[in-house]
Design a protein around this ligand. Structure first.
Ligand SMILES: [Zn+2]
Length: 113
């Protein structure tokens, strides 16, 4: 399950941050998981709950935001919103789409103490 290694990566970032910013507990983590990222937010939530035990993020609350996918349509020459990879352009129905956003997995904000 690749969500497990992603979650481990997130926890490593949190512990690095704790060292550099000098905090000892993470209260809330805001995580952005793009809808085109191939990452299952529920799986991340599940993995986070089990792997954060015994770490600074043990009691952290996970807030997951799922920004919509963005793509540039070569036929319309404009940016459109796509909900799924492989979907046609919602304006012209074409498939000449170049994904420009919604693939990210990143921590956007932390509440710490
Ligand atoms: Zn189009």
């Amino acid at each position: 399950m690749h969500e497990m290694s992603l979650t481990n990566g997130i926890l490593r970032i949190l512990e690095d941050q704790a060292r550099t910013r000098n905090f000892s507990r993470v209260r809330t983590v805001w995580l952005e998981i793009g809808t085109l990222s191939h990452v299952d937010p529920e799986a991340i939530r599940f993995c986070f709950e089990s792997t954060s035990k015994g770490t600074i993020a043990e009691e952290a609350c996970l807030v997951i935001l799922e920004p919509a996918g963005q793509a540039w349509c070569l036929d319309c020459s404009q940016s459109v919103t796509v909900t799924r990879r492989g979907d046609p352009c919602p304006i012209c129905g074409g498939f000449m789409l170049h994904v420009t956003g919604g693939e990210e997995l990143r921590i956007t904000e932390l509440e710490v103490e």
